[in-house]
Write a protein that binds this ligand. Structure first.
Ligand code: ADE
Ligand code: ZN
Ligand code: ZN
Length: 289
């Protein structure tokens, strides 16, 4: 989807000044790097599901603030993959999408897992603070909101919080129902698309199933606690349910174990994103550390 939009927009440039064609070449290169870098967060669909669940839980006040901050850019769902789209042009943001907590660790070691504060947990905290700071410029708030929407979702992708010397499973070749894939992309995209290829119906199903008591449980904890839950899902399910032996063939058995974990992580992400955006209670997560 991103690819198609990109090609369409580059075709739109009718006049071909040298700088326009240079920009096209840059864009093509960036697109290649983007596609090749296979370390994106949840794919498009996962981000839309999380943003859609969050939207259903915003207070009227938060909804209005979001509308002011985003302006014509539209909904949370519409901006949910912006952080992936700008990544090729802003390589410094690449480590912000994940935190590599070693698979056998049981706690976060910031020096080891979050060098220079460049990891998903630290940037969520920073951007939530920007979002709730009256002194932030409109542009800073706009970017902060788009980053928060994206990174809260990424944090809930188990393989964005775990690493087994394999870039969060990117280097683990698998087959997914017979198709060549890797473990990471199976979690970013393939599981989700197999559960329900329509983000709106998927979000609706997940949201309708939530109880008030689940919602208040999800709202507890710090961003680091949330990352450790995600890491634990990686230990138990993403890596833990891998078939033994060399073949790494993910089929019905793996799907049956993984799908409920995917559902739960998407539900948590949606509820926690809304919680952060619903004003002062959410702002507290930037101060909980
Ligand atoms: N690159 C390195 N580690 C990664 C991870 N855990 N998730 C996504 N991309 C990565
Ligand atoms: Zn990813
Ligand atoms: Zn991402």
């Amino acid at each position: 989807m991103f690819t198609a939009a990109y090609i369409r927009s580059s075709r739109l440039s009718v006049k071909q000044s040298p700088s326009a064609s240079l920009r096209r070449a840059e864009a093509a290169l960036a697109l290649t790097l983007f596609v090749a870098s296979n370390a994106l967060g949840w794919g498009q669909e996962g981000h839309r599901v999380v943003a859609t669940i969050a939207e259903r839980h915003l207070t009227a006040r938060a909804r209005e603030r979001v509308r002011q901050i985003l302006g014509p850019e539209g909904s949370l769902a519409a901006v949910s993959t912006w952080a992936d789209e700008i990544r090729p042009f802003r390589p410094d943001t690449a480590p912000w999408h994940y935190i590599d907590i070693p698979i056998n660790a049981s706690a976060i070691d910031p020096a080891r897992d979050c060098p220079n504060g460049d990891c998903v947990t630290a940037v969520i905290t920073r951007f939530v603070a920007v979002l709730h700071d009256n002194a932030s410029s409109p542009n800073a708030k706009n970017e902060a909101l788009k980053f928060v929407v994206h990174f809260v979702a990424d944090l809930h992708q188990p393989l964005h919080c775990a690493d087994n010397h394999d870039r969060g499973g990117n280097d683990v070749h698998v087959t997914f129902f017979g198709e060549n894939a890797n473990l990471h992309s199976s979690w970013d995209t393939l599981l989700i698309e197999r559960i329900d290829p329509d983000p709106d119906s998927y979000a609706k199903r997940l949201d309708s199933a939530l109880t008030n008591s689940e919602i208040s449980t999800f709202e507890r904890g710090t961003v680091e606690d949330w990352a450790l839950e995600s890491h634990s899902a990686a230990q138990k399910v993403a890596y833990g349910a891998l078939p033994l032996g060399e073949s790494r063939d993910l089929g019905a058995d793996y799907f049956q174990t993984a799908a409920p974990a995917v559902d739960l992580q998407l539900q948590k992400a949606g509820i926690r994103l809304a919680f952060i955006l619903n004003s002062q209670r959410g702002a507290a997560i930037a101060r909980r550390e």
